[in-house]
Ligand binder design. Structure first.
Ligand SMILES: Nc1ncnc2c1ncn2[C@@H]1O[C@H](COP(=O)(O)OP(=O)(O)O)[C@@H](O)[C@H]1O
Ligand SMILES: [Mg+2]
Length: 420
């Protein structure tokens, strides 16, 4: 059979004819569709500009807040609840409203802008375990300036919220997320430690931050560890918060007893901590019981699901090598429960006892709380308090003052009731 015979046979075939017809309509449709597509592409290329911001990008959260501010009339909101459980069992929750996934139209600088927030159902960001998201801004025109403006504004908005405030980060998956709104900075003077203690630590940290070259010249990792130990309620955590405020640093709060913490995750988190931040490990004794106290090799805390090992923690602490000053603060109520390996020099460079109130502290606290009282009154309060009580924590004293807010005399007279 020749080729033309073959074609002839095909033509006679009714299916082929029908098929040909279908193909014809199909082609026309496809062409039309193609045409529209090309037209749309052309239109988009030339008359629309878009900006896509994936959730991984730093500006993503700034932009969400910016959108919330601008898309005031949107009725479709989603909530982002942050939840933080402190080692003490105290729970903090915070609700943030954001525009929900979908389309939002806003009027900005005499332009309509369509904002589409998309959330992939199938894709999860492996780092954070949260759905993969992005926001896309679309505007008519060719002027990219508008997006720069938006990004700029979003950043300024975010920074304004942080100005004079301390940002608290918590670990979420493999990254650090700001927890709640930045708090007003706590002034250092509001935490009264024993004479000279606060100054000593502040000077040490400032000296450390100020001399990166000293470390690099000697090939010493640029980090410094601090341990504050002593009974609860004496100001360890408060002091660290105030110190961060003083330095203009943020705080990365890390929970070692977090069940999902593993060696790798800890290592990664320490290496990606935000710049200018203090890593805070609260109540380290709770997560790591001294190895000597335990019959088995593996301390209690990680007999459960946690895959964080003690050596993993040590390695992570040692491995924190960065050109940024890395400051690690640990607190504990029981220093004797800590493994010596954890607090040896190099891991913990400065150990500071923060204990019950001394005469000096009590006097200072009284004067701070009742500034218009004559100085002698502070001394009198302090003397009475120490006669009545052998050990007083600053938290107890503060609570007592709160009961006698406007009554300094009563505060001295009722000094025996402090503990009640
Ligand atoms: N030295 C201090 N000066 C002023 N306030 C203090 C001091 N110590 C504790 N407080 C108050 O007591 C409360 C608990 O203190 P905190 O810093 O959490 O103690 P710690 O971390 O040592 O257990 C805080 O509200 C804080 O304001
Ligand atoms: Mg504390």
């Amino acid at each position: 059979m020749t080729f033309s015979d073959f074609l002839g046979a095909l033509k006679d075939n009714p299916y082929f004819g029908a098929g040909f017809g279908l193909v014809g309509v199909g082609t026309a449709l496809a062409l039309a569709r193609k045409g529209t597509q090309i037209g749309m592409i052309f239109f988009r290329r030339n008359y629309m500009i878009t900006l896509e911001v994936p959730s991984r990008d730093k500006s993503y959260h700034w932009l969400l807040s910016w959108i919330t501010k601008h898309a005031r009339h949107t009725q479709h909101l989603s909530v982002e609840t942050s939840y933080l459980q402190h080692e003490s069992g105290r729970v903090h929750t915070q609700f943030d409203f954001h525009p929900s996934p979908g389309n939002h139209i806003i009027w900005y600088k005499r332009k309509w802008i369509r904002i589409e927030r998309t959330r992939e159902k199938q894709m999860v960001d492996l780092h954070t375990g949260t759905p993969w998201e992005s926001v896309t801004f679309t505007a008519l025109g060719r002027d990219r300036e508008i997006f720069f403006n938006i990004l700029q504004e979003a950043r300024e908005l975010a920074l304004k919220q942080e100005e004079g405030r301390t940002v608290m980060y918590t670990a979420m998956g493999a990254e650090w997320r700001p927890f709640g709104f930045p708090r007003r900075r706590r002034p250092l003077s509001s935490v009264v430690l024993d004479q000279g203690v606060a100054e000593k630590i502040v000077d040490d940290v400032k000296e450390f931050i100020g001399h990166p070259k000293w470390y690099t010249d000697r090939g010493i990792p640029y980090r410094r560890g601090y341990l504050l130990y002593g009974p609860p309620g004496c100001g360890k955590s408060s002091f660290i918060t105030a110190l961060a405020g003083e330095l203009g640093y943020s705080i990365c709060l890390m929970s070692l007893s977090d069940r999902s913490m593993s060696d790798d995750r800890l290592n990664h988190l320490l290496s990606v901590a935000p710049q200018q931040s203090i890593i805070l490990l609260e109540d380290v004794d709770a997560a790591f019981v001294s190895r000597e106290l335990l019959p088995t090799e593996s301390p209690l805390a990680y007999q459960g699901m946690g895959r964080l090992t003690f050596s993993g923690l040590l390695n992570a602490l040692d491995g924190v090598a960065s050109s940024e000053a890395r400051i690690v603060f640990m607190t504990t109520n029981f220093i004797d429960r800590l493994d010596p390996a954890l607090i040896r020099p190099g891991r913990v460079d400065v150990k500071q006892y923060v204990g019950h109130c001394t005469h000096w502290q009590l006097t200072q606290m009284f004067q701070r709380f009742y500034p218009s009282e004559p100085t002698g009154e502070g001394e009198r309060f302090s003397k009475c308090a120490l006669e009545e009580h052998a050990q007083l924590s600053a938290a107890q004293v503060q609570g007592h003052f709160m009961l006698h807010k406007l009554d300094p005399i009563g505060s001295i007279e009722n000094v025996s009731k402090i503990r009640e």
